[in-house]
Design a protein around this ligand. Structure first.
Ligand code: SAM
Length: 243
């Protein structure tokens, strides 16, 4: 994603939206292939971390093609799920999957920016955001919004790629990103830079301690972080104060 210092947040957001909308047709396939199938386990872990939601509502922010929302429906059979994403084509693909799974009565997807969620305060029992935070021009605002719509005591799990702490894993990860992920992503998606943007945006993203600090600043309590798959993914969990 080419960005320039003069880019406004709105221009950046629009460019990121166009990029994600353009890669929808092969998005799921590339997730599976490029992560060697681990992406499913990461989403399962995020839903487990905020659950079980026995009744009520779970919110999935930056839902993409709704894989987390579908996983939440599987793990929490009594819950209903709302998913938001600013990309219309992502939401359309997600709705098709929700319909194919026979779940439109339980999973509602809508187009919305993460930084201005179209929901009242304190209504969700749990929230997830998988691989979305890195893409937000204003990450703090995205976290504040998640906290605002959570009910007191509700938990949120934020999954994000991170730079692995082990130098050996980091070396392999960089080699894989340069030699496999970017070229294969470009070939299969047909998009010129979306799969260069992925490793570049991960490299620019703060380490897990930075995300922990943002969550605490936003007002989350009991914030913790667990590294998954040799430290290439960080799962941040926090709760909304209940007193
Ligand atoms: C890497 S994808 C992750 C999608 C999904 N959560 C998953 O696990 O596959 C990031 C998603 O975030 C969405 N997104 C990025 N910035 C956003 C924003 N500011 N507001 C809402 N959605 C956003 C993109 O359209 C894209 O669908």
């Amino acid at each position: 994603m080419p960005t320039h210092n003069s880019d406004t947040a709105a221009e950046q957001r629009a460019a990121i939206e166009r990029m994600f909308s353009a890669i929808v047709p092969r998005y799921d396939l590339l997730n599976r292939v490029l992560s060697a199938g681990r992406d499913r386990a990461w989403r399962r872990a995020a839903v487990r971390a905020v659950g079980p939601v026995r009744a009520g509502w779970l919110l999935d922010v930056c839902t993409g093609t709704a894989d987390v929302a579908l996983e939440a429906a599987r793990q929490c059979p009594g819950a209903r799920i709302a998913g938001v994403d600013f990309s219309g084509p992502m939401i359309a693909a997600g709705r098709a999957k929700v319909a194919a799974a026979g779940l439109p009565a339980r999973i509602r997807l809508q187009v919305s920016a993460a930084e201005a969620l179209p929901f009242a305060d304190n209504i969700f029992d749990a929230a997830t955001m998988a691989f979305g935070l890195r893409n937000l021009p204003d990450r703090r605002q995205g976290l504040r919004e998640v906290l605002r719509v959570l009910r007191p005591g509700g938990r949120a799990a934020i999954l994000e790629f991170t730079t692995p702490p082990s130098p050996v894993v980091l070396g392999l990860y960089r080699w894989y990103s340069r030699r496999v992920l970017s070229p294969l992503g470009r070939l299969v998606s047909g998009h010129r830079f979306a799969y260069d943007y992925l490793p570049a945006s991960v490299a620019d993203f703060p380490p897990p301690a930075g995300v922990t600090a943002w969550m605490e600043e936003a007002g989350f309590t009991d914030v913790s972080c667990r590294l998954l798959t040799c430290g290439i993914v960080a799962m941040h969990v926090g709760a909304k104060r209940s007193d």
